[in-house]
Unconditional design. Sequence first.
Length: 421
Amino acid sequence: MPTVQTDVTALDIVRVRAQFPSLTQTVDGQPAVFLDGPGGTQVPQRVIDAISDYLKRSNANTHGAYATSHRTDVVVADARSAMADFFGCDPDEVVFGPNMTTLTFAISRSIGRELGPGDEILLTHLDHDANVSPWRALEERGVTIRFAEINGDDCTLNMADLEQKISTRTRVVAVGYASNAVGTINDVKGIVRLAHKKGALAYIDAVHYAPHGPIDVRALDCDFLACSSYKFFGPHMGILYGKREHLQRLQPYKVRANTNDIPNRWEWGTLNHECIAGITACVDYLADLGRQVEPSAFTRRAALLAAYGAIQQHEQGLAGTLISGLLAIPGLKFYGIRDVGKLDQRCPTVAVRIAGHTPLELATRLGERGFFTWDGNYYALNLTERLDVEKDGGFLRIGLAHYNTAEEVQRFLSALREIVG
């Protein structure tokens, strides 16, 4: 039996969970355990309230000469300010969109206008397809797509191979901050440095990393970074950071009526204002969590950093218990970093297969007991193909978030052991 990690961390886990109404659900009388965070986290009540309040009091389009439109303008401006604090950038470098995939296609098409035969883009086999297919679409312009290899034993990037494949012909290096399938956190700062050394742009997919660790785009020096608020306790929206110089220089495909000012020139049609209100609420939820941990965090940015420090401490404790327990199950194959001494190099997202059981069977039987997990490839298709598991149903993925508890992890391990016999 693995050692049970207790909830002795900076987080007040009881207070945290009380803010998420969905966590009170049951399945056949058993408490629901949400281990599906990599596919989308649950949301605190304040996010639900913010969306509802917007629709009740401020529902209008922007830039009108009347009260509800004025309030909508404020809602959008407040969300840009919130995400600027989240990213560590300026508000005019924040772009909203329906999802990360759509925003990435928009940027890739714009960059593609300047590319042609002889130009190269470097991707990785570790990434979600949202940071692969938008760039591969530029092959029709004669662009060469190259892939950095992975280390199969622990599903980390082969940094020597990545560095060797960045050349003076490389125009973009697109990588994930963390793997949504196996949890690996990449050396993004080092990768950005290697890209810039050869004159290439660096595009970072931070969708999976955002709920687990702090983001500082200035320190990373990345050119673009995209994420999705529904992965860090908010509504279904995508958010993009772009360096001001790039957002101004690159030419988006856009409608004529849209302004040419940034960031609006990258936002086409009417935005989802109610969900944008929810973005501010989810950032403020995290900031308030940080103020509870560190009362001297007077700015929202400082509070966010304090929150993520507590989140990482809590999640790493849970992940250590989970990984140790999984490795003790006979017939289980673990994909990714398994060394509990290297928990700072991974997110608390794990992928496994168990001999004699398909991932779908395991997810189904766990779901019947109230444990919500994922099976399949989670759009990390290059990875499941590379590891030769795509044809057999991919992985069973277990994803922890800061609202999970040690008791939930222990009950999950017990249930999985019973299922596989």
